[in-house]
Design a protein around this ligand. Structure first.
Ligand SMILES: C[S@@+](CC[C@H](N)C(=O)[O-])C[C@H]1O[C@@H](n2cnc3c(N)ncnc32)[C@H](O)[C@@H]1O
Length: 224
């Protein structure tokens, strides 16, 4: 864990402590779509980045996936761990308090896919994002899918609040959000095949957000 104080990490801890199940108790619609996609591709072991309190993680576990879940908020990971325990799902879960900017502490090509809902849209510079996307590529098997959602530049909060550099703004609720253009999605897909990009509305608190849903594929190895 990074030694320097990260105000956003502190903020997520406070949010999850003061309002458990902040994003609700049921899985997101986005995760349900990803679930059926992963199932169709025969994926069994996935990573979830920025899992929060695990509303989506629990769904993947209930559907017999093995999940390695990362979040840098100790409160989020404690809530997820507790939920997995009470649902008797702990055996298939590895939950880690971990800052993704430090890379993914996993061996090469060890998972079938990667899922994240509103994680890459956090306070991460494009340089940090590029590094994390390359880490995802490294730990995924060839033919694996990186399915993610990010807030986009059509979102009502884009360009509002305090500017925090690049395409990031801090809302009055103190969340710093990185808003993606289509060009940014494409730039960050370095080394992947882009399978799908679409826009959708997400109703999670406290207003309707505009997001991109993106599916990237790690190319198969070329035959010598
Ligand atoms: C918008 S929330 C989404 C949570 C969850 N995916 C959901 O939809 O319920 C983003 C999550 O990313 C985590 N996060 C932000 N920056 C992170 C980083 N650098 N490393 C790991 N987790 C991070 C936050 O703690 C937060 O739980």
């Amino acid at each position: 864990m990074r030694k320097t104080l990260d105000p956003q990490r502190e903020h997520w801890d406070i949010v999850y402590k003061s309002k458990p199940d902040y994003f609700g108790e049921t899985p997101s619609e986005f995760a349900r779509r990803a679930l059926s996609f992963f199932k169709g591709k025969g994926a069994k072991k996935i990573i979830e980045l920025g899992c929060g309190e695990g509303r989506d993680t629990i769904m993947f576990l209930k559907e017999s996936f093995e999940v390695v879940a990362f979040d840098y908020s100790p409160v989020a990971i404690a809530h997820l761990t507790q939920k997995a325990k009470s649902n008797q799902l702990s055996e298939s879960l590895t939950a880690m308090i971990h800052d993704a900017r430090d890379g993914l502490p996993l061996t090469d090509e060890c998972v079938d896919g990667i899922f994240s809902h509103m994680f890459f849209t956090m306070q991460l510079t494009e340089k940090e994002l590029d590094f994390i996307f390359q880490e995802c590529l490294r730990v995924m098997k060839a033919g694996g899918y990186n399915i993610y959602s990010v807030r986009n530049i059509h979102d009502p909060h884009y360009g509002k609040g305090i500017h925090r550099g690049e395409d990031m703004w801090e809302s009055p609720q103190k969340f710093v959000v990185h808003f993606f253009s289509l060009e940014k999605v494409k730039r960050l897909a370095r080394g992947y095949e882009i399978c799908h990009i679409s826009e959708f509305d997400d109703p999670s608190p406290t207003y309707i957000k505009k997001l991109y849903e993106v599916i990237l594929r790690k190319p198969e190895k070329k035959k010598e």
